[in-house]
Design a protein around this ligand. Structure first.
Ligand SMILES: *Cc1c(COP(=O)(O)O)cnc(C)c1O
Length: 386
């Protein structure tokens, strides 16, 4: 199937960019576990020569990624970080990037500990403040890097407004849509040039793979990214590509339930006497609520909260007494996970920077899964009693 624009998201998640395998009719693409492909004469092949450059299982996933983001070109990488790495390789020494100050820890680490050494300059700003972004723009600025909702503070940024700013200043707008997912929001339609995914999270959805994706519309940009993908070689393997494709087919059903469960848990936490603040964009008092309502289908499956007793020890006490919710890094799977950002996912961010964005010592991040919401609430209730 091509990518008919009239089909709705739910249909595209299952069929977008997909067609039965031409040789057997297999409905799911075979896992082409091969490194190379026979040629009839030197250079005469069926579009596949060597599996770093192209593998049919990966191609099936790349087509699906493009389709579900409403884009033209998809690329799949060995991890979300490999996708971030490929995007940064579009830049040259001296180029400047303006990024959200509340960024996934691994992205922050790659920016500041690796690409800064290659002469790329990074500015971290609160992207709720358009004036703050504008004041960082210089003739050397090449890229705006945005996550929305952010991790772990669940701040929301106005993608359409950032798209306009990027257009005026001829900047590439990159949106990490890992928390949003293509079911909840489509940044390309709002003016982004590159959409990035850690498919390890909601796209895969079952905590059984590590994979990254990019989607773009511009042919020249796609060609450069394919060149980088093949040249650097951080591709996704056929097995993981297959699993990601399988996960994508149920994304809409899962995201609806993730959103419903997260809403119930956010409301429970907000009323709990031991809880200080709850971060969830569905609250009308959340500063990004109106923008979230405008650009997202629901408010996602992530909820963060802090405790009145703002200490690491108190947070550890709660987390370690959870019985249904698992203490683990990552998010977006069918099972609920709890994490302590200050020591886990965001440990590589300096303490002062962490505190500035609100990652206090007692902050707990929940990835709300697909269990019965009442069981999750009971679990949190008994852990908060401690
Ligand atoms: C996990 C994550 C990444 C990195 O992806 P990996 O697949 O773990 O390499 C990037 N951005 C966000 C928002 C993430 O949550």
């Amino acid at each position: 199937m091509a990518n008919p624009k009239h089909l709705k998201t739910e249909t595209l998640l299952i069929h977008g960019g997909q067609s039965p395998d031409p040789s057997t009719g297999a409905v799911m693409p075979p896992i082409y576990q091969t490194s190379t492909f026979a040629q009839e004469a030197p250079g005469a092949h069926k579009g596949y020569a060597y599996a770093r450059a192209k593998n049919p299982t990966r191609t099936a996933l790349e087509n699906a990624l493009a389709s579900i983001e409403g884009g033209t070109y998809g690329l799949a990488f060995g991890s979300g970080m490999a996708a971030v790495d490929a995007v940064l390789k579009l830049l040259h020494p001296g180029d400047e990037v303006i990024a959200t100050n509340d960024l996934y820890g691994g992205t922050y680490r790659l920016f500041t500990k690796i690409f800064a050494d290659f002469g790329i300059v990074f500015h971290f700003v609160d992207m709720q403040d358009m004036a703050a972004i504008s004041s960082c723009i210089t003739p050397k600025t090449k890229m705006l890097w945005v996550e929305t909702p952010t991790n772990p503070m669940l701040n929301i940024f106005d993608i359409a407004a950032l798209g306009k700013l990027a257009k005026v200043h001829q900047l590439l707008l990159v949106v990490d849509n890992t928390f949003g997912t293509p079911y909840l929001q489509n940044p390309l339609a709002l003016g982004a040039h590159i959409v990035l995914h850690s498919a390890t999270k909601y796209l895969g959805g079952h905590s059984d793979l590590v994979l990254g994706g990019l989607v773009v519309n511009d042919a020249a940009l796609a060609e450069r990214l394919y060149f980088i993908q093949n040249a650097s070689g951080a591709i996704s393997g056929p097995m993981d590509s297959f699993l990601a494709l399988r996960g994508i087919k149920t994304l809409h059903v899962r995201m609806d339930r993730h959103g419903e469960n997260a809403e119930k848990i956010a409301h429970f936490l907000e009323k709990h006497p031991s809880v200080d603040r709850v971060y969830w964009p569905g609250f009308s008092h959340h500063p990004g609520h109106d923008i979230a309502k405008k650009q997202m289908r629901n408010f996602g499956g992530m909820v963060s909260f802090s405790l009145k007793n703002d200490t690491k020890a108190a947070a550890f006490r709660v987390i370690s007494h959870l019985k249904v919710i698992t203490l683990a890094e990552s998010l977006g799977g069918v099972e609920s996970l709890a994490g302590h950002p200050a020591t886990m996912t965001h440990g590589s961010i300096p303490e002062a920077t962490r505190k500035e964005v609100g990652i206090v010592d007692s902050l707990i991040r929940l990835s709300i899964g697909l269990e019965n919401a009442a069981d999750l609430i009971d679990d949190l209730e008994q852990a908060l009693e401690r």
